[in-house]
Design a protein around this ligand. Structure first.
Ligand SMILES: Cc1ncc(COP(=O)(O)O)c(C=O)c1O
Length: 304
């Protein structure tokens, strides 16, 4: 990890190496944390954090969905993210706020456990791997199903949720693929291990929603808005494996993955097996926006 030397921890700026927790902390045993992944990009007028307010809102909402009242206001968390980024010199950085139950009891009910909040920032290159954005990725349908919304709220970004993602991505890598696609319990497509999925057919865009057990990605919402502004028809619906296999184009999207073309699913090519035209166009518009080169969407940027 190419980390910054400092970290925001419960309201203080401390050295990265001093940001520790007790091994008997509730979060370590039960995954009782909620977190965010946010990106800051270099623009021609300085560094800008993409959709910071929306990420902070989702963090607070994720906490609420687990009955965790994060002891900072959204304004305080926004300022904290800006502060920790301003203390780093990295041009492009990933910001990772996490709120978690700390050390008090190991009863599953976290009742008296303190709620700690930390925000770290570090450099994170292409999430799925070098060249993924340009060349696209080879995916596989995971033998692991996405957890049901009746078991855990998929719209919360809960730490424990990622055990499901971890199983899927470890299995995919072991079998030589770049990334996994998880089906939900109804056998519709859910999402990648850390990305939402879009499909393109006949120039129209299809994606699913929380009914398919997905995290409602902020990149997903951004691309829906961008596509709507481009007068591209968008369908929000359940997606079957046939829909994906018969798509002209498909892509993953997420803060870390940005817009990553999907070239194949279990060795079956999507379209001609190369990044699709509309995918490349959306990727280029998205990258322009996050880098401040598309003024129409400058309200999504928080300058440092
Ligand atoms: C499971 C999952 N789905 C979707 C996303 C995309 O969300 P966002 O665009 O808000 O980063 C992520 C990213 O963190 C994720 O982990």
């Amino acid at each position: 990890m190419d980390q910054n030397s400092l970290i925001w921890y419960n309201g203080n700026i401390i050295n990265w190496d001093d940001a520790k927790i007790h091994v008997m902390s509730h979060v370590l045993h039960y995954g009782s944390g909620v977190f965010e992944g946010i990106k800051c990009y270099k623009t021609s007028t300085g560094r800008a954090i993409f959709r910071l307010e929306d990420h902070v809102e989702r963090l607070i909402q994720s906490g609420e969905l687990y009955g965790m009242n994060i002891p900072y206001t959204s304004l305080e968390l926004i300022e904290a993210c800006k502060e920790i980024v301003s203390l780093s010199e990295t041009d492009d950085s990933y910001i990772r706020p996490i709120a978690f139950y700390g050390y008090d009891t190991l009863g599953v009910n976290p009742k008296n456990c303190p709620i700690n909040v930390a925000i770290g920032t570090f450099y994170w290159g292409a999430y799925i791997g070098d060249g993924a954005l340009e060349k696209g990725v080879q995916t596989t349908i995971s033998p692991w199903k996405k957890f049901s919304v009746n078991s855990m709220p998929s719209i919360a970004k809960g730490s424990g949720h990622y055990l499901n993602s971890m199983l899927a991505v470890i299995d995919a890598k072991k079998r030589g693929f770049d990334e996994a696609i998880l089906m939900n319990e109804d056998d519709f497509i859910s999402e990648g291990s850390g990305q939402n999925i879009f499909i393109i057919r006949n120039g129209e865009i299809y994606t699913n929603d929380e009914n398919s057990s997905i995290l409602l990605g902020i990149t997903r919402a951004s691309l829906i808005k961008i596509s709507t502004d481009l007068d591209i028809k968008i369908h929000i619906q359940n997606l079957s494996l046939d829909d994906l296999n018969n798509a002209d184009e498909a892509f993953f999207c997420g803060t870390a993955s940005e817009v990553t073309p999907i070239c194949s699913v279990d060795d079956k090519k999507i379209g001609n097996g190369l990044p699709g035209k509309l995918t490349i166009k959306l990727q280029s518009i998205y990258m322009d926006i996050v880098r401040g080169a598309n003024k129409t969407y400058n309200n999504w940027l928080t300058m440092i």
